[in-house]
Design a protein around this ligand. Sequence first.
Ligand SMILES: [Zn+2]
Ligand SMILES: [Zn+2]
Length: 539
Amino acid sequence: MGHRTPAQPRRPRWCRVNVRVPPNITTEMVRTLAINESVCVRPILRRVTDRATGATTTVAIPCGCTRESRCPSCAKKARWLRMTQCAEGWHRDDEPEEPEEPDALDLEEPDQDDEDADEDDADEEQRRVRSTRRRQDVSNLPRVPVENRTVGRTFTAPSGVRYRPSMFVTLTLPSYGKVIPGRGVPVHPGRYDYRRAALDALHFPKLVDRWVQNLRRGAGYKVQHFSAVEPQRRLAPHLHTALRGAIPRQVVKAVTKGTYLQIWWPAIDKDVYFDRFPLWDREGQCYRDPDTGLPLPTWRQALDALDADQGARPVHVMRFGSQVDIKGIDGGSPDADRAVRYLTKYLTKAVTETYADPDGEHIDPAYEAHIDRLHAELRYLPCSPECANWLRYGVEPKNPGPGLIPGYCASKAHDREHLGLGGRRVLVSRKWSGKTLTEHRADRAAVVRQVLQAAGVDAPEADRLSVDVLHEDGQPRFVWDDLPVTGADYTEVLVASVMERRRWRAQYETAKQVALERDGPPVDNRSATSNDDIAPDAA
Ligand SMILES: [Zn+2]
Ligand SMILES: [Zn+2]
């Protein structure tokens, strides 16, 4: 590199890549070092050109993956962020604002305030008139007027101590057949109901949404929750949920017992096409039968036919299992901290990784067979109205396009490693912490910046290399382009990242020490984490 450019990036999130690594240092050594320092092991490289000087710089950006098996460092950070989100919202005693742009992926569906909301509907856009009578085979739901508040009641003891009681609830799904305790393997695989297990897994988040709606009506306020969907050893999803406010146990139990979900979709009990599939007609923008050339019924037509059929039954009905675990938790107690860690414990693992032996040394063939059988069901069941698998059942999916092949839907829900839980592993109410994940992340950066500023250290200027910085011609001064990772030496990139990280951490620690000596207690006392997790580059 030539002379230094005026734009020295004091960026916490990026680092310049220009180090030489001695040849006796192996890739594996560097990777271990990076993990120990919480530095991303799969950084994305980008080249930035400074139009003012013509100089180019290579910067490494963390991959941001949430899976420990891919990037332990980024997964740890993602989990830390979820812990913060969970802890900040749980025991609030004031009403949070609703975030302006909610995280689209994991928020629950909007409240359904109409009378028939606990009825049958899995396709919000095409809500149709169905029987509004509750199923006769399900017990009644408790119901009281719902107050317009999301916080629970708090109590002040005569001693002055304030209590903010709340709940930690675990819900499970019913049995699909006996399993061997500790191994999660069916006693009689031939009698295990894999199809029901697969359908329940695919629709589980919707059942949870329904439960929360019912809980609000039973508890009498707009209960907020932070929930994690995780697999049990038998690989059925179950739910750990933190609820704000205390709700009587019998209400939680009655709501769990009386909650059900009905899926009104076209029939999936017959494979209409299984060796030759419908063909896309580009001109007609539709799928046609490979033999007759007739167009398949569209999604809308199929639902219309379902409406017209007086004898139609839901394609799937699901409920929770009888096992309900309810704990009262006090805000600020060690139990609350433990629960937050427990809730987020498995979020960094894919479903099939959760109970797998990390070294793969003690593989249980029966367990692998169990995974295979469940996956075989999940591969061809429809995951959503848009799913390619509808072609198998003779229905054109909603919003069709070319290239759809049954068994090859793009949703992760069908994958062997996810087993039905494609997205939505964390379900969060809109008024939980009042912040999006992005805002929680920005909080973190702001804390770091404050500490540095207070100590007189030049704060990391947010975007020294940002596209928002303009050149004298009014155009962006820094131009970013993609650079293939293969274009750089992996070990050099990682070592540069580690060195950058150390520099920042040292500065941050010094700044905190300065603040401590000057002002007493440290600024950073509200996050749900240890010092090790403090990541100036939490992005
Ligand atoms: Zn990473
Ligand atoms: Zn699908």
